[in-house]
Design a protein around this ligand. Structure first.
Ligand code: NDP
Length: 500
């Protein structure tokens, strides 16, 4: 540390001591404070304001930096510049979180883990806001707040509540696939390093001529998948609630950098029309056999943050942060997230959150139509026109400078031309919703003891439901996946309640 540093107030006035207060009769060992003691007042006032609003979901997180390396030239299906040359490296910020519990909670709780990445590409930032599960609990965006509240604290008792959790899922059974993943061994991963991540949503890789492929992205750990048992996860939650943060921080500190391979499944618009599943329904996967994984890159996390608050807490991720060559699909939950994530960042960090160093693009940014606002801390574009169509200062477009057409909004082929009537729509549950959960039950059955552990994990949760009719509804829900699973779940849950 520099030896010529000296302490000052926040606006530069040097002070003599950092542990002094101005007091009337202070020399007698006590005394009344004074409003003119700016040093004390600012110190106390700033302390009360240290916390910014906690994220309503994804509050507890591990964060670090690293790089994405392209392992394939992907220009046959995307113009995204970070994917157009083998070996091209792009810096990355990563933030991996539990979803429901608060910032101080145990990070080994059984929960989905959010997997957010900011790729600082040379054509602007690309945020991949994924999960460690390939599917999601809902497919109707209006259910998002309800689903999350049911996983959090009861409005009266302020306690996590199994009645509320299962009441939501019985009433919204499309989440059964995600529940199967959550209560499998993968619901309690041993570390961030040992988990996969998935886009869940269908996205699109696009080319400037308007052609595109639908895509799902898979990020697969090269450290192997390792999970805690229910008992281990509970024990560690008590002993070290920050286990995952520590595990990742220490691994990076000792140079043991975790690596993931990044794959895509690609589907043409024509294939999408004919596919057996609605590809905009994020409770479904695309079979690996139908659409094989193709590797596009490798991710290595190799640097811890310099300061957690500045680098990780102030980080804001949104699926709407995209680059030319990567685009959203008509998945309704994705469409809602495109609005909700930047909206949350504006509330949590302020309207100029994109200027914070951790969020700022490393590529050129010239966006003079977003001006002013709270906490503007650059030059605010000086006197440049803040309106379009200026003849006083005509500004070039990307193709004039780079000779390359950027992603043109609205340039889409027929598959993305939407015409139709506005209708009120809520998705319906059919037997088809249970086909993939049943397939997963069978996949899990390939590993000795795993089906039994899934049942035990469910018993641990369902035995907290105090209403017999609601428990019965849970058994009925799982009987649509597999009869044996449901029978064993009922038998063991009721026995565990009797024994308690
Ligand atoms: P495959 O036999 O080709 O794939 C099975 C996949 O199951 C594996 O590749 C693995 O995914 C995944 N898996 C294994 N254990 C678990 C678990 N505890 N929780 C979540 N996933 C697990 O079959 P299909 O592609 O035909 O899919 C069969 C079922 O596998 C699906 O219904 C789905 O539930 C599940 N699955 C499928 C994925 C896909 O993208 N097709 C992805 C993940 C799960 P991974 O290789 O990602 O580790």
């Amino acid at each position: 540390m520099s030896t010529d540093k000296y302490y000052t107030l926040a606006e530069g006035c040097p002070f003599a001591s950092n542990r002094t207060a101005l007091l009337i009769n202070g020399k007698r060992g006590g005394g009344l404070g004074l409003l003119q003691d700016t040093q004390l007042i600012e110190t106390l006032a700033h302390f009360s304001r240290e916390r910014i609003p906690e994220r309503v979901v994804h509050a507890k997180a591990v964060g670090c930096y690293g790089e994405f390396e392209a392992t394939r030239d992907c220009s046959d299906f995307t113009s995204a510049s970070f994917l157009n040359k083998v070996g091209k490296k792009t810096p990355v910020l990563q933030r991996v979180s539990t979803v429901g519990p608060e910032s101080g909670s145990a990070d080994t709780s059984r929960d989905v883990h959010g997997w957010a990445m900011k790729l600082y590409t040379d054509e602007g930032n690309l945020d991949w806001v994924f999960n460690n599960t390939p599917v999601f609990f809902i497919r109707d965006p209006i259910k998002f707040p309800s689903m999350n509240r049911s996983h959090k604290r009861h409005p009266r008792s302020h306690l996590p509540d199994a009645n509320m959790f299962w009441d939501f899922h019985v009433g919204n059974p499309e989440g059964i696939h995600q529940l199967m993943v959550l209560f499998s061994d993968r619901g309690t991963p041993k570390s961030i390093r040992y988990m996969n991540a998935y886009s869940g949503h269908t996205y699109r890789f696009t080319k400037p001529d308007g052609s595109f492929k639908y895509a799902k992205i898979h990020i697969k750990t090269q450290q192997g998948i390792h999970n805690f048992s229910r008992k281990e996860a509970t024990k560690i939650a008590g002993e070290n609630p920050d286990y995952m943060i520590e595990d990742m921080f220490e691994a990076i500190e000792r140079g043991d950098f975790p690596v993931w391979n990044v794959y895509v499944q690609l589907m043409s618009p024509e294939e999408a029309e004919k596919y057996k599943w609605n590809i905009f329904d994020m409770t479904k996967v695309w079979s690996h056999k139908d659409f094989p994984l193709q590797q596009i890159g490798r991710l290595t996390m190799n640097r811890n943050p310099e300061n957690y608050f500045a680098d990780i807490e102030q980080a804001a991720f949104s699926p709407s942060t995209m680059v030319p060559g990567f685009a959203p699909s008509a998945d309704p939950v994705l469409q809602a997230r495109l609005f909700a994530y930047p909206d949350a960042a504006r509330y949590r960090l302020g309207v100029n959150y994109q200027q914070l160093p951790t969020n700022a693009a490393k590529a050129q940014v010239y966006c003079p139509f977003q001006r002013d606002g709270k906490m503007r801390f650059d030059g605010n574009y000086g006197g440049d026109p803040n309106y379009v169509g200026s003849s006083l200062q005509p500004t070039k477009f990307y193709q004039d400078v780079k000779g390359k057409t950027p992603q043109a909004l609205g340039l889409h082929d027929e598959h993305e031309m939407w015409a139709g009537e506005v209708s009120a729509y809520t998705s319906e549950i059919t037997d088809a919703d249970f086909v993939q959960p049943t397939a997963l039950w069978e996949v899990i059955g390939r590993e000795p003891g795993h089906q039994d552990r899934l049942i035990e994990n469910l018993v641990g949760s369902v035995s907290g439901v105090k209403y017999p009719e609601l428990r019965k509804a849970v058994y009925d829900l799982f009987s649509r996946v597999n009869k044996d699973l449901s029978l064993k779940l009922e038998e063991r849950t009721e026995a565990s309640i009797k024994a308690a």
